[in-house]
Design a protein around this ligand. Structure first.
Ligand SMILES: [Zn+2]
Ligand SMILES: [Zn+2]
Length: 461
């Protein structure tokens, strides 16, 4: 077929289709299909759409009843406040950590500074203590310096879970509140033994076991006085003393958590530093140390590296009123000065470097930081008490905890049974003869208390 005849055939076919469409339009749509039929079709279609939409909406509200209350955003609430109505929803994002109000993610580590100061006490900063909480439910205390128990109590954690303490060395600013955790824990419902890990010394008398044994000796009267008066299950102490010369030695390995120790160089033989590893996250804690080769090797690449950064000698003289010679010696030979700290962090490259062990004030922090910045340019936090670090593989969030100062102890985890009165040591006849017994007043207290709790306990004769 020629090209011309092909074109002619196409033109004819197009003309026939055109005529057919005109016929359909004129005859069926305009003449045969009435207005009523069109309206009926439209109504049917509209009704069907409404039916489906209604079914979809009712299914949504049946299966997602709670979601409805979350549909109002804080922004919308704010708009309402502009119109005269106050917002009633909690802020979706709070910049502070309120203990006991946040879940810890299964892969998350939370570190709370419970003591960041010095051996000389001050209200603002307790002595060294860091709490590590893991998403698997485990909690670990690293150092428990004087004053730090108050901070730990502010975190509203049942004392049964504050049962593992790792002591870096036996300076009072690193274990001075061990007695407060031990005895205070008993009164605060701890029913589990308190477990302590700490280093040996060059002689037995410089080791952790000796120190804890003598703490118990010091508190013999305290322990005896409580027998039979309160449940003393939490008085049990378990001490693990390990060799301070152990190099990256595993001293704890439970539930996928591994704690290692390596030597620190500080004041006398004995001090150690620690790492804790769990779930691919690494926490490194120097306790006190002069920069040393073991920290360089075993703390390298930590997700969070907490290292002492002592007051620079100039501040030890000006603020602490020390002689220059002692300030230089203690500030740079016994401890790590801020510019030395910076050098340590430049060489070990943690995801976050945390400096502690100095009085962190408006007039000291800028100087300390400027000293650190002469040798280190990486991520840095200058710790104060209640600074909180939430660490995951993707993020490290630094906030401050807001504490309820009226905090009370939480209940024990195992059921707390009443004390056994038969265990009481009791008084001498000398004191028994000195008692003024207000029988009526005491009877009333017993009656009121029994009524309140549905018990039937009689006062002693
Ligand atoms: Zn020390
Ligand atoms: Zn110290």
């Amino acid at each position: 077929m020629s090209a011309f005849s092909q074109k002619r055939t196409l033109a004819r076919t197009a003309a026939i289709i055109k005529l057919f469409l005109i016929f359909v339009y004129d005859t069926i749509l305009l003449k045969l299909v009435t207005e009523e039929i069109i309206m009926t079709i439209k109504t049917l279609l509209f009704g069907t759409v409404l039916l489906f939409a209604g079914a979809a909406i009712s299914t949504y509200f049946t299966t997602n009843p709670i979601k409805i209350s979350f549909q109002t955003t804080y922004a919308q609430e704010s708009e309402r406040s502009v119109t005269g109505l106050s917002p009633v929803l909690a802020l979706p994002e709070r910049d502070a950590y309120y203990p006991g109000t946040e879940d810890l993610g299964p892969d998350e580590m939370r570190v709370t500074a419970c003591g960041t100061g010095m051996p000389n006490a001050r209200p603002k900063q307790a002595a060294a203590c860091f709490l590590v909480e893991l998403g698997n439910g485990d909690k670990f205390i690293f150092d428990i310096g004087t004053g730090s128990m108050e901070r730990l109590s502010g975190l509203a954690i049942p004392f049964d879970y504050l049962d593992k303490v790792f002591i870096g060395h036996l300076h009072s600013d690193h274990f001075g509140d061990l007695d407060a955790l031990w005895v205070g824990g008993v009164i605060s419902n701890r029913q589990r033994p308190l477990r302590i890990w700490g280093p040996s010394g060059t002689e037995a008398k410089y080791g952790t076991a000796y120190a804890v044994e003598h703490m118990k000796e010091m508190l013999l009267w305290d322990a005896a006085s409580r027998l039979g008066n309160v449940n003393t299950q939490g008085q049990q102490l378990e001490v693990t003393e390990f060799d301070y010369r152990g190099i990256n030695e595993v001293i704890y390995d439970e539930n996928g958590v591994v704690v290692r120790s390596f030597p620190a160089i500080h004041a006398l033989d004995g001090p150690v530093s620690f790492t804790l590893e769990w779930n691919g996250l690494k926490f490194a804690y120097s306790s006190d140390t002069y920069p040393n080769k073991w920290w360089m090797e075993y703390a390298t690449g930590a997700d969070i590296a907490i290292h002492e950064s002592f007051l620079p000698p100039i501040l030890l003289v000006k603020k602490q009123k020390w002689p220059v010679r002692d300030a230089l010696n203690v500030g740079t030979q016994v401890h790590t000065s801020p510019s030395m700290f910076g050098k340590v962090m430049s060489l070990t490259q943690p995801r976050l470097a945390v400096a502690y062990h100095f009085f962190n004030d408006f007039d000291t922090a800028p100087f300390v930081e400027s000293q650190i910045r002469t040798t280190y340019g990486g991520p840095l936090a200058l710790a104060v008490d209640y600074m909180v670090f939430n660490i995951t593989k993707d993020d490290i969030r630094v906030r401050m905890a807001v504490i309820n100062e009226d905090v009370w102890p939480l209940p024990s985890i195992p059921e707390k049974l009443s004390a056994d009165p038969n265990k009481r040591v009791g008084f001498s006849q000398f004191l028994i003869d000195g008692r003024e017994v207000f029988t009526d007043v005491i009877k009333k207290i017993y009656d009121e208390t029994n009524e309140e709790f549905g018990t039937d306990i009689n006062p002693p004769d």
